[in-house]
Design a protein around this ligand. Structure first.
Ligand SMILES: [Zn+2]
Length: 396
């Protein structure tokens, strides 16, 4: 299978020797190498490479505009090639490499698509460098303002506009891209599963049903800086106690409401071992089956910490096209339907009104965003076979 050759080719790109994890950040050197690799793979297959206004890459088999004129816009498959800090090999690349292998499989069997087929590589899905996830799909759908995106800064103070320009992308025309979106009749994103659903079911491939509602909140906990050795306990205003209450409340409320919640980022001032903190800023990530449940968790965290949790982002439940999901499941030997707690470009496109589906490939560790993320090679091949069946059906 051509999957194996492509997988070996990209395996060393952006891998950090000390951790074994990947650092493939948007508009970085590793990203440029991956984008060149993608362009070369497209050229080798005779696909027409189009880079949209945000820098997402689309490799077309067939004329997408003739299809739009005929009222049968294309079938797009693919994912992203960037990673989180020290991420795994599969989150993103599995979908792009599988999609290219699907084109090979369809061509090998002499398939003539009745609708054009494209392989997409979305830029900056993880938001690892500039802080906003799915920037590539959010900008072209108008969900992220172009000026705001251009002004985002990485940890070194480099703006997205500067990074794009350094990589040779036309910064001026970054923005909503109707021209690109109208070519997409259906988008199917294959992705490594980011949990244990398929191991427990004993199945290699699932169809995505929904992305659970999720959000981020900030807690600003005020205290009074003072000496950790000389201040009497009763005289202390120690916000670390409020933070502790908030962390425990997040866990117990999440368990009570069928949600998940974590406070994974905390800023302590002045952050000295022998100083009572003057101020703590902490961030809560909460996700769950419904808005009501997630809101209940956030409320409980606020109550227990004595501080109002400020909403920094909120994404309501994203439902993938239910008829399409049912059709794909039936096509794939009644593949199970799985909900996910992770955001994806497919979710952004679904929210923008496009017919969208996801396929998940079994991950025996259940771990993601870590070098421990994994898929057996046989399951990768089953993923390619599933996506081949789906693409063949949709472009029949
Ligand atoms: Zn991903």
């Amino acid at each position: 299978m051509t999957f194996d050759r492509m997988w070996s080719a990209i395996e060393p790109i952006g891998r950090e020797a000390s951790t074994g994890g990947y650092r493939r950040y948007a508009w970085s050197g590793a990203d440029a190498t991956l984008r060149e690799w993608f362009a070369a793979e497209a050229a080798a297959r005779g696909l027409d490479l189009v880079t949209d206004r945000m820098g997402n890459q689309w490799a077309w088999w067939g004329d997408p505009d003739a299809a739009v004129a005929a009222g049968r816009p294309g079938v797009v498959i693919g994912s992203h090639l960037d990673s989180v800090p020290d991420g795994g090999a599969f989150d993103g690349p599995l979908g792009v490499v599988s999609a290219l292998a699907v084109v090979d499989a369809l061509k090998a069997r002499g398939f003539e698509p009745s609708r054009p087929v494209a392989v997409a590589n979305f830029v900056d899905e993880e938001g690892a460098r500039f802080g906003i996830a799915c920037a590539g799909s959010r900008v072209i759908t108008g969900k992220l303002d172009a000026d705001r995106a251009r002004a985002l800064r990485d940890v070194d103070g480099v703006t997205m506009a500067e990074a794009m320009a350094a990589a040779g992308h036309d910064v001026e025309h970054v923005g909503p891209d109707h021209e690109t979106l109208r070519r997409v009749g259906t988008f199917v994103e294959l992705h490594i599963e980011q949990g244990r659903g398929l191991i427990d079911l004993g199945r290699p491939v699932a169809v995505g049903s929904v992305i659970r509602p999720h959000g981020r909140w900030r807690l600003d906990l005020a205290g009074e800086a003072n000496h950790a050795g000389t201040t009497l306990l009763e005289d202390r205003h120690d916000p670390m106690l409020d933070l502790a209450a908030a962390v425990l409340a997040a866990r117990s409320a999440a368990a009570a409401h069928g949600c998940v919640a974590t406070m994974g980022k905390v800023r302590v001032e002045p952050n000295g071992v022998n100083a009572i903190p003057s101020r703590i800023t902490a961030w809560l990530d909460a996700r769950g089956p419904g808005e009501r449940e997630v809101r209940a968790v956030v409320e409980s965290v606020g109550q227990q910490s004595g501080c109002l949790a400020l909403e920094e982002s909120w994404t309501p439940e994203t439902v993938f096209d239910p008829q399409l999901a049912k059709r794909l499941s039936a096509l794939l030997d009644d593949a199970p339907m799985l909900a996910t707690g992770a955001g994806h470009d497919a979710g952004v496109l679904a929210t923008a009104g496009l017919s969208t589906a996801m396929l998940f490939v079994r991950n025996p560790t259940g771990i993601s965003h870590s070098p421990a993320e994994f898929a057996e090679r046989a399951d990768c091949h089953r993923g390619v076979e599933a996506l081949t069946a789906v693409t063949g059906e949709l472009a029949r």
